[in-house]
Design a protein around this ligand. Structure first.
Ligand SMILES: *Cc1c(COP(=O)(O)O)cnc(C)c1O
Length: 350
């Protein structure tokens, strides 16, 4: 039933991608005069006079081993936000096609659709931010070109029911993008382990959260090789800089530090989740599989938000998001930051 070629925009199907100097010649020559680079060297403290590997082979080789997939299943983007934009552009003809969102969810899907003049269909999650049989039925009935399922969901923190995601993967005619930006904090297997079963599955992950590399801008999409080939066809040729590729390789070889950061953030989440409910102004702490907690405050979340700002603590006010009235999203910080946040909230007088 799923047919990638009929899902891809006709102009993208037939277009010839840009062929860079590093696409046409790979490897080392003694004299490299094909790319109009500066053979003399670089300004600044480090050598970056050569264009980077457009296919990021070295990073993908290490990542493939870590994730238990083949390198041909990996696309790398300038943040997963680039992958989100490319997925919308790959499948949706401007002014004609639509994507499907399940609010409340991550804001970049909507921005990518608006930027590309692509329609947005919305099927809201349940009051406890879940998929239900009725929601799954509405998703399956949709003619949208792709659906974004954010799990663990931002800003709510919860994993979406795996059985419902599987029903969508089996029955939806478009691409199913499972955004796992927070998967490293979740007690569930990644959907990357199911790639072989679902030709329409795209899993997004990122170096911005558990890896602590938001400033680097490196995101991952895992999918069937034919989807990855299309994403590579339409990406900017050198979308991942040499600095980013080198830094990512170093980070990937430091798995113990990654584990340590992840453990500390999980401890911080448990610490906050155990203490926040006893505060009088806290109405509800939503269950989280991420590095943040969505918290409903009474009587006035925005007053709490403003008060925290006055204390030098900035959190995310989510009170205008669908289904999120009265909520603030609190990112887990260092132990000292978590204590500071809790003490400030405990001292709040309305
Ligand atoms: C933080 C986040 C991302 C990460 O985006 P990058 O561009 O990789 O920094 C992606 N999706 C969701 C849902 C997020 O919350």
């Amino acid at each position: 039933m799923f047919d990638l070629d009929s899902l891809v925009r006709p102009n993208i199907r037939v277009m010839k991608p840009y062929s860079s100097a590093r696409d046409e010649f790979q490897g080392e020559a003694r004299v490299m005069l094909d790319a109009n680079e500066n053979s003399l060297g670089s300004t600044g403290p480090a050598q970056f006079n050569r264009y980077p590997d457009p296919q990021q082979h070295a990073v993908k080789r290490v990542l493939a081993e870590l994730k238990g997939v083949e390198p041909t299943h990996i696309f790398l983007g300038n943040g997963s936000d680039e992958a989100i934009d490319l997925l919308v552009r790959l499948t949706c003809t401007p002014g004609q096609d639509s994507i499907l969102l399940l609010p409340p969810t991550y804001g970049m899907y909507e921005v990518a659709a608006n930027l590309n003049d692509v329609g947005i269909e919305r099927v809201p999650l349940t009051a406890d931010f879940q998929l239900s049989p009725d929601i799954v039925a509405q998703v399956l009935a949709s003619k949208a070109k792709l659906v974004f399922l954010c799990s663990p969901n931002n800003p709510t923190g919860n994993l979406l029911h795996a059985a419902a995601i599987e029903e969508i993967l089996v029955g939806f005619s478009g691409l199913v993008v499972v955004d796992e930006a927070y998967a490293d904090f979740a007690a569930a297997p990644s959907w990357t382990t199911r790639l072989a079963e679902f030709p329409n599955l795209v899993v997004l992950q990122t170096f911005s959260k558990a890896w602590g590399l938001a400033g680097l801008r490196l995101g991952m999409a895992f999918a069937a090789p034919d989807i990855v080939r299309y994403l590579n066809k339409i990406k900017p040729p050198y979308n991942i800089s040499e600095a980013t590729q080198q830094h990512a390789l170093t980070a990937l070889h430091n798995a113990p530090h990654f584990e340590q950061l992840r453990e500390q953030l999980l401890q911080g989440r448990h610490w906050l989740a155990a203490r926040l409910p006893s505060l009088a102004i806290v109405e509800e702490v939503f269950p989280s599989d991420a590095n943040f907690l969505l918290v409903r405050f009474r009587p006035d979340a925005t007053a709490v938000y403003d008060y925290l700002l006055g204390q030098g603590i900035v959190v995310r006010n989510r009170t205008t998001q669908p289904g999120c009235v009265g909520t603030l999203r609190l990112t887990v910080g260092t132990p000292a930051e978590n204590e500071h946040l809790l003490a400030a909230l405990a001292a709040y007088q309305d």
